[in-house]
Design a protein around this ligand. Sequence first.
Ligand code: OSB
Ligand code: MG
Length: 374
Amino acid sequence: MQIDAIVLRELHIPLVRPFETSFGVTRNRRIVLAEVHSEGLTGWGECTAGERPTFSSESTDTAWQVLINELAPMLAAESPEHGGECPKIFRSVRGNPMARATLENAIWDLEAQREGVSLSRLLGGVRDTIPCGVSLGIQSSIAELLSIIERELATGYQRIKLKCKPGWDVEVFERVRNRWPSIMLSCDANSAYRLRDEDHIVSFDAFDLLMIEQPLWHDDFYFHSVLQKRLETPICLDESIHNRRDALAAIEMESCKIINIKLGRVGGFSEAIAVHNAAMERGIPVWCGGMLESGVGRSHNIALSTLEGFSLPGDVSASARYFADDIIEPHVTVSAQGEIAIPDSPGRGYEVRTDLIERLTVRKETIRAMALVA
Ligand code: OSB
Ligand code: MG
């Protein structure tokens, strides 16, 4: 596919409510979107980097720099037929997986449109609907959290994930479990604990959690494996897993029993599929994580979640939980059974609202292949 132009833009979009994790609070999203124009079609990608380098070392600003100065010019100089060629095109740049995924995912979207198949089908997806859960940030009180859980369960969500940290954990789990003894419940510490907290984390076993996500260091396998040996509850790794080799190491060392796959964190669809395959071959369930994505990234997450190994409800939920007005049409909605129905039209299956995107854009750059001089 001849690449005619790559348009990169930054959008500012407020969240409908603040999202608080152990590493900070997000109120407004600064999202980088990529539009790849090729032979009359447009593929879209979203960068999942946060506003600050707190979840990972990437941020909106680092990704912007790497996309504009490195990755977009590399891609514009090539004519990839398949999204899976992107890792090779970008191989001279180290790290920066979220920046890479922005462009790679746009090429997969383009390819699906060119082939006239849904992105889910192109990826090898096998589901017509995906099971959905919600990730609930740290709240100002437990009473407030309980009322939010009540609302999310009434909407139909199948699994509740609680963000936790020292001081917002056992008491919270106890109150939630007393009220709802049998819901699917998990927690995510985003690396808030240390080895000195080992006994404390082992006490989480009393709450029948589906998993404890990333309790220790963001870059660790070994100490998670030490902790997993003492825990009944499965550990799920998020931050630690960047590629297939990480997944293999974590599974081999028994650092986790479940893996959260995020497109941005692993650098795009090809590595996400590789992590999924490695986990599935070894009987390790996976699920799709979220990064407060707009509709573009959300539609990619939905397509990824249709792969066979995504057997647990993910953090892929309705647009309205995050944004008053999403940049895709229709918005992502969740059924009373807590499922998202997979669109079967070509590509991502949601229209992009270019007028709204234009209004939300605060900076924009267009990169074209350099004209060849004979
Ligand atoms: O660790 O899963 C995480 C949001 C931002 C950064 C990290 C995480 C999250 C979430 C939100 O849990 C998931 C969502 O988009 O709903
Ligand atoms: Mg997480």
